[in-house]
Design a protein around this ligand. Structure first.
Ligand SMILES: [Zn+2]
Length: 270
């Protein structure tokens, strides 16, 4: 079954990545229809204040919401810094209304005031939305919360996390095999829909090792900018510099990196 894969492209840093991102998806995801959003005026004349926190994420969210209301196939919101490694269709076929990647940091994941309650966080960098009535209703509700500034930011990730923790929900673990590997997803039942939060090893944020993941989510600034980032599309992850932010004082992290040893030990035991 075909599906849309959308991304929002704004700013010099990302425009350099766009053509690579497109050709990579065309090579790996056979039933995808790519849709690039670059209109930054979509919220013009609406209730949104351009200088309010998270404005850029509100633009991304509105584009996808408009598309959701028009079409009848799944939408995958996928950031330009998410590098797809193999066909994501098995993820889209999972029987859930929203399927979303897991944020790094478990109970400390951004935003912490929500992840401390759930024990984990979701990441809007990769999110599948199925076009059914209940999902559309909930996406509309989240959008209303955004423009009403209920959570003091338009940031969609903060709004989705708050939507979950401020409603009645039930969470269960569910094991699933994808491409022969066993994963444990979190299933959140809320407002008549099921949200699947993917095992961290399916879409890996700040990846260290090749573990047959479906995608790597790499912060461009963590690896020193666009030119370095582009290497992660084609070259072997384990031969490239680490993508973590450890020890990068300019990114606000002064911890010492544990990942160097982790990668070395894994290689030695391979
Ligand atoms: Zn590290």
């Amino acid at each position: 079954m075909s599906y849309y894969i959308t991304t929002f492209c704004y700013g010099n840093k990302y425009e350099h990545v766009l053509s690579k991102w497109i050709s990579n998806i065309n090579n790996s995801c056979k039933n995808s229809i790519i849709n690039i959003f670059n209109n930054v005026n979509i919220l013009h004349n609406s209730y949104f204040l351009p200088n309010y926190p998270g404005y850029i994420w509100a633009i991304r969210f509105k584009h996808n919401l408009d598309l959701l209301m028009k079409i009848n196939i799944p939408i995958v919101m996928c950031d330009l810094d998410v590098i797809i490694k193999k066909d994501i269709e098995p993820i889209i076929n999972l029987p859930f209304d929203i399927i979303i990647s897991k944020e790094i940091g478990e109970e400390n994941a951004y935003p912490k005031e929500c992840s401390s309650k759930l024990g984990f966080g979701v990441c809007c960098g990769f999110m599948v939305i199925k076009p059914n009535i209940n999902t559309k209703k909930i996406m509309m509700q989240i959008f209303k919360n955004m423009y009403s500034k209920v959570y003091k930011t338009y940031d969609d990730q903060v709004n989705i996390m708050n939507y979950i923790v401020n409603n009645t929900y039930n969470i269960t673990d569910q094991e699933v095999f994808l491409d022969g590997i066993k994963y444990t997803n979190k299933i959140i039942e809320i407002d008549g829909i099921k949200i699947c939060v993917l095992d961290f090893n399916i879409i890996v944020r700040d990846p260290i090792l090749n573990i047959n993941q479906f995608a790597n989510h790499i912060n461009i600034d963590n690896v020193g900018g666009t030119q370095n980032f582009l290497k992660y599309f084609d070259e072997d992850l384990e031969s490239l510099p680490l993508t973590c932010r450890c020890g990068k004082a300019h990114l606000g992290d002064n911890t010492i990196c544990k990942h160097i040893d982790l990668r070395k030990n894994y290689r030695d035991n391979k």
